[in-house]
Design a protein around this ligand. Structure first.
Ligand code: O2Y
Ligand code: MN
Length: 604
């Protein structure tokens, strides 16, 4: 099969690769995506006709999908960094020999698209043509992937124009791993391969992504975690920039002055809520630039300029409600893809934590009838814990006007955080760039259901929230951060560590979170301005007792506890960092060992 005549490009390398993959996977046809609404609608029609998508009467141009039970989340134990040397993947990644993996995967890919169409999806991560953006091309046999990529990235003809005849692109190969015999179709069932045949593979040296057997989220929408974090982190190291698992928001004070904040939180810590926060404090405004990923490059003025490489949100549905995240709820009233949520009788969606009772008889995410039984605490949820919505970022009422400015936005502050019931105060600020890098390197959180293969309820270290997403040795990644500080002394960036999840000994939340987090953002803003009320402590710079106005329900004693330096707790924390975390890295940068020693000395 030769495809050069149909290809809407003269990029010889791209055409050759598409040909080569087609020879191997043997699709019935090849379709080059152009990114139009007509194309989106045609893909949806294929899936509605095939029984894979359900139109939602209550949400215009929106559809519900139910995935297979083996295909509900990112699969970290099937995700590989296949660098030539194991050491380059480092102690925290799943390494495999690239040649061995390619041999295994090639035999799986052989004929895997039989009975299906192979879609060629040219996409840009970041505004098309931005000096910070990168181009990828995903080959996939999934129309679900095509429609989600339409929302999550910039797809189509314009991307091929920018790519020209010789432009650089990242090849991303994806299949659901379920070839169809002649005259067979999916019979309304989500196609994928069994768990032990799923592979999410990254080849950092050749900048390639190969994904097999999953049609879900981060495993299949390859522009997101695979390209924008795992491969981009390697490019960023080599090219002197940062590809980070960070939201970006714009805070504006009552006088109209704005600051840009990037923030890294492990999965399931309310990152989307913070990105779309509605402030409770008079006159302050928060706008969304991105909810998950930030690419930051040094500008001519020495500051770091960030873009959100994505064009949409792939947000967790359960827990999203008008009172927790109204902007997310308003972003998903139309033109949205829902996956693994429950369906109401009148054609709407429902999930646990949506803010109102389930209206009558539902169909749960597995396709079975479900009636809410509030008396039954062990009732299986109607929506999967990792059920998702895919919605265009432009639909968010809080989207910043410069969300897709190709030049990016200048970052003033970087926040780290995690779910930490004890020890870590509400907020503290780093004394220097390297102290900030140290803070990022020790991020830890209670884990939840976002990763299929990890036990819920325990705490894991998740440095910079990049543990599942760093495409190379994490010790080298820390060193890259240190080097970025040395090479860019004039960023002006201040680092902060926040913790919305402190509990009393009795297990009561100490801080209300959500919109009230704007009080902490206000202090961050003031610290960047040099007007905040602060005090030096052994762990860093902290707000004075009266620096942050108390929200309703938080007493002065609660605030005192939230801002206490728990010396014994910190000593235990640092002992844990040394023994169970830093000890994994034979290449830990000296600067971080020094930060740790200095903090120990200040606490002694
Ligand atoms: O489970 C998945 O495939 C998606 S995971 C995800 C999606 C959007 C934003 N962040 C994440 C994450 O795990 O960090
Ligand atoms: Mn994420």
């Amino acid at each position: 099969m030769s495809i050069s005549q149909n290809a809407p490009t003269r990029h010889a390398k791209l055409i050759a690769w598409v040909n080569e993959v087609a020879q191997m996977t043997q699709p019935d046809s090849i379709y080059w995506c152009n990114g139009t609404k007509k194309e989106y609608d045609a893909m949806i029609k294929i899936m509605v006709d095939g029984g894979l998508a359900t139109p939602l009467a209550k949400k215009p141009n929106s559809y519900l999908f139910r995935s297979d039970a083996s295909d509900v989340a990112r699969v970290e134990n099937r995700t590989y960094i296949a660098s030539k040397s194991k050491d380059d993947a480092g102690p925290t990644n799943n390494w495999i020999n690239p040649e061995e993996l390619k041999t295994t995967m090639r035999s799986l890919y052989k004929g895997c698209m039989k009975g299906r169409t192979m879609y060629v999806i040219p996409f840009s991560m970041g505004p098309i043509g931005s000096p910070i953006a990168k181009i990828g091309v995903e080959l996939s046999d999934s129309p679900y992937v095509v429609t989600n990529m339409h929302i999550m990235a910039r797809v189509g003809k314009k991307v091929l124009e920018v790519l020209g005849e010789n432009g650089e692109f990242i090849p991303c190969l994806h299949t659901v791993g379920k070839p169809l015999l002649s005259c067979q179709d999916d019979s309304g069932k989500w196609p994928c391969a069994p768990l032990d045949k799923k592979y999410i593979a990254h080849f950092p040296e050749t900048r390639e992504i190969w994904s097999y057997g999953s049609g879900y989220g981060g495993n299949a929408l390859l522009g997101k975690k695979c390209l924008a974090l795992r491969i981009a982190s390697v490019q960023a190291r080599d090219e002197g920039w940062l590809a980070e698992h960070m939201l970006i928001l714009k805070v504006t004070n009552p006088e109209g002055k704005s600051k840009y904040v990037a923030a890294a939180f492990p999965s399931a810590c309310g990152k989307t809520n913070l990105a779309m926060l509605v402030p409770t404090i008079e006159g302050w405004k928060v706008e969304t630039v991105g909810d998950d990923i930030a690419w930051m490059k040094p500008g001519k003025d020495g500051k770091l300029y960030a873009i959100n490489p994505e064009a949409g949100f792939f947000g967790v549905a359960p827990g999203t409600a008008m009172d927790t995240n109204p902007n997310a709820m308003l972003s998903i009233t139309a033109n949205t893809i829902f996956t693994n949520v429950a369906l109401t009788e009148d054609g709407d969606v429902w999930w646990e934590g949506i803010g109102y009772d389930a209206p009558g008889k539902l169909i749960d995410w597995t396709g079975k009838p479900w009636i809410q039984d509030k008396g039954n605490k062990s009732q299986a949820p109607s929506a999967h814990a990792n059920a998702r919505f895919t919605a265009p970022a432009q639909q968010c009422p809080a989207i910043a006007a410069n969300f897709d400015d190709p030049a990016g936005v200048p970052i003033d502050a970087i926040l780290f955080g995690g779910r930490r019931p004890s020890t870590i105060p509400l907020v503290h600020q780093a004394k220097s760039w390297n102290h900030g890098v140290f803070m990022g390197s020790i991020v830890g959180s209670e884990i939840t259901a976002a990763a299929l293969d990890l036990k819920a309820g325990t705490i894991r270290r998740d440095p910079f929230a990049m543990l599942p997403f760093c495409g190379y040795n994490m010790g080298d990644y820390f060193a890259h951060w240190v080097k970025m500080g040395e090479k860019n002394p004039n960023t002006g960036i201040k680092f902060f560590f926040v913790n919305w999840f402190r509990k009393t000994k009795e297990g009561k939340w100490l801080w209300p979170g959500y919109g009230e987090n704007s009080r902490v953002l206000k202090w961050v803003f003031e610290q960047c301005e040099g007007t905040g009320k602060s005090v030096e402590t052994p762990i860093g710079i902290m707000p004075t007792a009266d620096a942050i106005e108390l929200p309703a329900g938080v007493s002065a004693d609660d605030m005192k506890e939230l801002l206490t330096v728990d010396v014994e707790g910190w000593k235990a924390e640092l002992a844990d960092v040394k023994q169970n975390h830093y000890s994994k890295f034979s290449n830990l940068p000296k600067a971080l060992a020094e930060e740790l020693a200095a903090l120990e000395a200040r606490l002694a």
